[in-house]
Design a protein around this ligand. Structure first.
Ligand code: PHE
Length: 374
């Protein structure tokens, strides 16, 4: 009896070792996005896109002969929650890499955790420059805000012929604050005047005090570089206060909820973005068709970039030939891949150089206006 038990124990150990040396059957990838909270549509699109990209790779045999498994976590759009889920994915679940997250302020909480653990991270959509400055394990799939703010300023000044601008932004959000600054710098350089520059606190829903001051200065354009819930309310309240001019924003406007909340107030509004569903390149149209078939809606930029970021990560793991952090990081650095939002090659800061599009809201629909190259 004792002998048998010993043999059984040794047998189990040998099996265990064998299982260890061949490694787990799947490659576990962490995915992060805000599927609840103040920017929930961002997370829903992002998660859909991660899943779609992984399903496509798995159908073709996975990566390095293994299936890919998504370990998704909701950061709720909150930096503290973000730090908690990044730590859990790395320490407890032992993901090999993280694709995420969406909002710059939350990526700024997750990035130091990835960097310290030597786990490669690619944010699909965080545009604030500070995100990739955290370290050499941190990448992004999108352009950065110094460029996006410049495009917004040039479009306002040159195309809309607006010579006076008011700016209203969330003071507690790295993304909003950064974009407001980059807009102001370029707009002033072009010869425009920022007649009023106003901040508000995160979570505000009444912007009338700031808007009253701005409207009194008679700006030709209002720049609102915030997330869609705030932007829609700002548009409504600005219209109520009599402002009829164009309102311009950034990628944070991209949500099906923008028009639902803003209604007719978001007509005569424009925003800079990463992709347009109307782009005729086959890679874009193919993606739009597949996404629509799977989820029943037109993919927004969050979906496009979530899909791109996951594809960039899996392409890097395939080229790395192994799944340790340093090998994946080195392969990521060497990326040269055609994705939905353009051709991705990283500069020395691990930021891709990509073009932006300007989208107008017309009759409640997003209408492509122009593409701006860096
Ligand atoms: N760029 C935003 C940020 O950095 C996130 C975002 C991207 C939101 C694209 C909408 C669309 O916080």
């Amino acid at each position: 009896m004792k002998v048998y038990a010993k043999i059984a124990a040794i047998g189990a150990m040998v099996l265990g070792l064998a299982a260890c040396s061949s490694g787990p059957k799947e490659i576990l990838i962490g995915g992060v996005g805000p599927v609840t909270g103040a920017a929930a549509t961002f997370g829903v699109s992002t998660k859909n896109a991660y899943e779609m990209a992984i399903a496509e790779w798995n159908a073709k045999g996975g990566v390095l002969g293994k299936q890919i498994k998504l370990d998704f976590a909701d950061d709720k759009g909150d930096p503290t929650e973000g730090a908690t889920v990044y730590t859990k994915l790395i320490q407890q679940d032992k993901v090999v890499a993280i694709v995420g997250t969406v909002m710059s302020k939350v990526s700024l909480a997750g990035a130091p955790i990835c960097q310290a653990a030597g786990i490669p991270m690619i944010s699909p959509t965080s545009t604030n420059p500070k995100v990739t400055q955290v370290g050499d394990y941190i990448f992004r799939a999108c352009f950065i805000d110094p460029f996006q703010g410049t495009v917004g300023a040039q479009f306002s000044y040159n195309t809309l012929n607006a010579k006076k601008a008011g700016v209203l932004f969330d003071n507690g959000n790295d993304y909003d604050k950064g974009l407001a600054e980059y807009f102001q710098a370029e707009y002033t350089k072009l010869g425009g005047t920022v007649v009023d520059y106003e901040g508000y606190s995160t979570g505000a829903t009444d912007f009338k005090a700031q808007l009253t001051k701005i409207v009194a200065q008679k700006p030709d354009v209002l720049y609102s570089p915030n997330y869609y819930q705030d932007d829609a309310l700002i548009a409504k309240q600005a219209r109520e206060l009599g402002f009829k001019g164009p309102i311009v924003g950034g990628d944070g406007w991209d949500s099906p909820d923008l028009v639902k909340i803003g209604g007719s107030a978001v007509e005569n509004c424009y925003f800079t973005n990463h992709y347009s569903k109307d782009d005729t390149r086959p890679i874009v149209q193919d993606f739009v068709k597949k996404y629509q078939a799977k989820y029943g809606e037109v993919p927004d930029a969050l979906a496009a970039l979530g899909y791109d970021a996951m594809n960039i990560m899996l392409d890097a793991i395939k080229r790395a030939g192994k799944t340790d952090g340093a090998s994946i990081r080195d392969a990521l650095k060497a990326t040269d891949l055609a994705v939905v939002s353009g051709q991705v090659k990283f500069d020395a800061n691990r930021d891709p150089i990509k073009s932006a599009v300007v989208i107008a809201i017309q009759n409640g629909q997003q209408v492509y206006k122009t593409t701006v190259n860096p």
